[in-house]
Structures are given as structure tokens and as C-alpha cells.
Ligand binder design. Structure first.
Ligand code: SF4
Length: 204
């Protein structure tokens, strides 16, 4: 891992993160840190951890969960993957493996405390941070449970907004919580649109 100086740049921190092998022994497919950062990003999405498809392609949210998240956000792939406007930093940068009973292993515990403090403060243009999934919500908003934090979305605006992890497992939760589609999603789409539009260069 690269030595860290007081004046470490975002580029240097990102290069060090991409070379990270800190918990290689516990990763079934080995390290492949997958994230996107840029000094101009206005929207930051702090999510859970890559799945196998993301691990294979090296593209964050390049899977069905990503399609669902883009639907929630009201953005297409071009806007979502515009690294100049959108930063994607999960709680675990590498695929953590599969649980015997189904579902993925939680993000590696050491990852966010190691890399978030080196990456996230170096994103000076971020105006809106989406906390996606229970792990990101617990780290950034504290205890209380995912659903309670998501439901209190107005309390965290304009800077932050919590969302469930957009996997198929959330479909039933969404149906049981109609306020999510009726109240939260329109607000989310409006905030995301406003945030991304604000990133346009002057006169652009
Ligand atoms: S999960 Fe995080 S800490 Fe572990 S090897 Fe990947 S980048 Fe490093």
C-alpha cells in the first residue's frame, strides 16, 4: 500500500485503494476494489459491496441492483456512469463472498474505516450523498434501523438521503411501504436531477 502523506491527493488515495490487498485472504475471488471518484462529482453514492457481476466487469452497479437503483434515481446509464458528476464508493470495495444460506457476506469490516476517510473528504464538490443499504446507513446515520432512517428522509436533506439496498429482496419491502414510491422517490428524483444539473460547466 502506498505511503500516505499529509497532502495525499485524491488520485494518490484512489491508486492506493485500487492496489489494496488488506483482506485478500478472506475474499473468495480475491481483491478487485471497485469504485469511482472525481474531484468534480456532485452526487456521492455510498453503497454496500460489489456482487459477482460487478467483480467480473469492474463496473460498479453493473447488475440488476444497479438497474433498480437507476430506476429509483430516474437516471440512465450514461448519467450514472459520468464519473465527473457521480462518485460511487461502497462500504466494501471488493466482492466479499456468499453466505451459505444465500445473500452476500456483509462488506469487509476493515474496508470503510480504511478507505472512506482517505477518499470521501477529497470529494469537495459533493452536494448530495445517498446512503444505500443498511451498512452505509448504520455507518453514516448511526443505529436505529434501515427502514426508520429511510422513512425519516426529510430530516437528512438537503445533504443526505438513505435508501434500502436495491436488490430483488427489497421488492416486498417496497410494496409494504407505499410511502417509499409515493413520497420518497419523487423527492429523490428531483434532488438527483437538481444535483446533477448543478454540475454542468458554466454556460454548458
Ligand atoms: S475489501 Fe477493502 S480493505 Fe479488503 S482488500 Fe478490498 S479494498 Fe482492501
Amino acid at each position: 500500500m502506498a505511503e500516505r502523506g499529509v497532502a495525499e491527493t485524491l488520485e494518490e488515495a484512489a491508486a492506493a485503494a485500487r492496489a489494496c490487498t488488506l483482506c485478500a485472504a478472506q475474499l473468495p475471488l480475491g481483491p478487485r476494489p471497485t469504485f469511482r471518484v472525481s474531484e468534480t462529482a456532485r452526487l456521492l453514492i455510498v453503497s454496500q459491496a460489489p456482487g459477482t457481476k460487478v467483480h467480473a466487469t469492474g463496473i460498479p452497479f453493473n447488475d440488476a441492483s444497479g438497474d433498480r437503483l437507476r430506476l429509483w434515481l430516474g437516471v440512465d446509464r450514461d448519467a450514472f456512469y459520468d464519473a465527473a458528476r457521480v462518485a460511487l464508493v461502497p462500504m466494501g470495495l471488493c466482492y466479499p463472498g456468499r453466505l451459505p444460506k444465500g445473500g452476500d457476506v456483509p462488506p469487509m469490516k476493515i474496508c470503510a474505516p480504511t478507505w472512506h476517510p482517505r477518499l470521501i473528504p477529497k470529494l469537495p464538490a459533493v452536494r448530495l450523498t445517498l446512503l444505500v443499504g443498511s451498512h452505509a446507513i448504520a455507518r453514516m446515520l448511526g443505529p436505529g434501523g434501515m427502514a426508520a432512517h429511510v422513512r425519516r428522509f426529510r430530516d437528512y436533506l438537503p445533504g443526505r438521503l438513505a435508501l434500502p439496498h436495491p436488490s430483488w429482496r427489497t421488492i416486498g419491502w417496497e410494496a409494504a411501504n407505499p410511502w417509499f414510491s409515493a413520497d420518497l422517490l419523487p423527492e429523490l428524483r428531483a434532488r438527483v436531477r437538481e444535483t446533477l444539473d448543478s454540475a454542468a460547466p458554466p454556460g454548458g
